[in-house]
Ligand binder design. Structure first.
Ligand SMILES: O=P([O-])([O-])O[C@@H]1[C@@H](O)[C@H](O)[C@@H](O)[C@H](O)[C@@H]1O
Length: 372
């Protein structure tokens, strides 16, 4: 770190799945490789580097992860993301048994095969115990990486964050940072909140938004569009239970709609997770199509196929979110940190065009953005 007064960013992660695995690996990787680390989103933000994130606790329900260190849990089944950095000797923080609530999809519980969750038989921590862990480990930032559809679980952990005095970074499509009631609760507690739902580094949303922007900028009229996504990780398995993905679809659709000059009718836009293909593991393939009209009404269409390793793609932005939360804490900011959220999340409190959002984020990190 540049500033010797700055300590590591003590962070607790809720949900030690594939995204967490990529974050855990990513922190150790950035420490080991420094400036030679590949593909780092924001190598430095306000004096903080990704390797300055210090993971101090994890919360999980899966028997294969509870009671292990984060370094061990990162590679425990059903995690299946790429192992891009396997020396995790520095990741010694423990994984605690959190409550189930709705943080486990019903079909996963029912499923006997190897990739399903295996619920830990250890007693789940109460709210007071989770708060105690956060305080004892000195956590200052909590990052939520629970399965899509975990409404009660997000509310539970958000309340724990408030009681323990942690900033919150919400990576999933349950609306808290972008929900005025929650934003107000964090403001009242004097704590910052960032979210909601990561916009992956080079993911389907940012690419779709860029294509829509390009068409708008060139005067092309967009008539209809879709974005179909398939993948083989537990996120996609969870989302094959369609009752869990209402807010995910809303978050993804709104992220694309908000990038267009003219909103499309609901029947002309279809965006969302589309199917679970087990053998893809953590690979995600997105098929994006835009149809529209050029000068004089001449027809055009664009088909684009994006193929990515899903979790490192989200982890890149997560490591920026944690550092921005710490910057907000350093400055005594509270409530929703709009200037830092628009670039990193699909459903921020305020949607901005991505280059403007990038400029605002950098201005914020450099100290000329939001004031306390
Ligand atoms: O940005 P994007 O590629 O549309 O969407 C991404 C999802 O595909 C991914 O599964 C999740 O881990 C990321 O947080 C992000 O939501």
């Amino acid at each position: 770190m540049n500033d010797t007064n700055k300590s590591g960013i003590r962070t607790a992660i809720v949900g030690v799945g594939n995204c967490a695995s990529s974050i855990i690996q990513g922190v150790s990787y950035c420490r080991a490789f420094g400036e030679d680390a590949i593909g780092v989103s924001f190598p430095e933000l306000g004096g903080y580097k990704p390797g300055d994130v210090e993971l101090v606790a994890g919360f999980e329900v899966d028997a294969r992860k509870v009671g292990k260190t984060l370094g061990e849990a990162a590679f425990a089944a059903p995690n299946c993301t790429e192992r891009f950095h396997t020396d995790l000797a520095d990741q010694t923080a423990m994984v605690y048994r959190g409550p189930d609530l709705d943080g486990v999809a019903a079909h996963m519980l029912a499923s006997p095969e190897d990739r399903s969750f295996r619920l830990s038989e250890a007693p789940a921590l109460s709210k007071e115990e989770v708060v105690a862990v956060l305080k004892e480990t000195g956590a200052e930032v909590m990052m939520i990486l629970l399965p899509v559809g975990s409404h009660q679980a997000v509310a539970f952990y958000a309340e724990c964050a408030i009681e323990a005095g942690c900033a919150l970074v919400n990576g999933i499509p349950v609306f808290v940072a972008s929900h005025p009631v929650w934003a107000e609760k964090f403001k009242a507690a004097g704590l910052p909140i960032l979210g909601d739902d990561f916009k992956a580094q080079l993911g389907a949303t940012i690419v779709h938004r860029a294509l829509a922007n390009l068409a708008d900028m060139r005067g092309v009229q967009i008539d209809r569009t879709y974005q179909l996504n398939v993948g083989g990780n537990t996120d996609f398995l969870n989302m094959s239970d369609h009752s869990r993905l209402t807010l995910k679809r809303e978050s993804k659709t709104e992220a694309v709609q908000s990038a267009m000059d003219q909103r499309l009718e609901n029947e002309d836009i279809r965006i969302g997770p589309s199917d679970y293909v087990p053998w893809l593991n953590d690979r995600k393939v997105a098929y994006i199509r835009l149809e529209g009209r050029l000068f004089g009404g001449a027809r055009t269409n664009i088909e684009l196929r994006l193929d990515v390793e899903d979790s490192p793609n989200a982890a890149a932005e997560a490591l920026a979110g944690i550092r921005l939360a710490r910057i907000a804490l350093d400055r005594g900011l509270s409530g929703s940190v709009d200037a830092a959220s628009a670039f990193l999340f699909k459903h921020p409190p305020v949607q901005l065009e991505d280059t403007n959002a990038h400029d605002m984020l950098m201005a914020f990190a450099n100290g000329d953005g939001e004031q306390a």
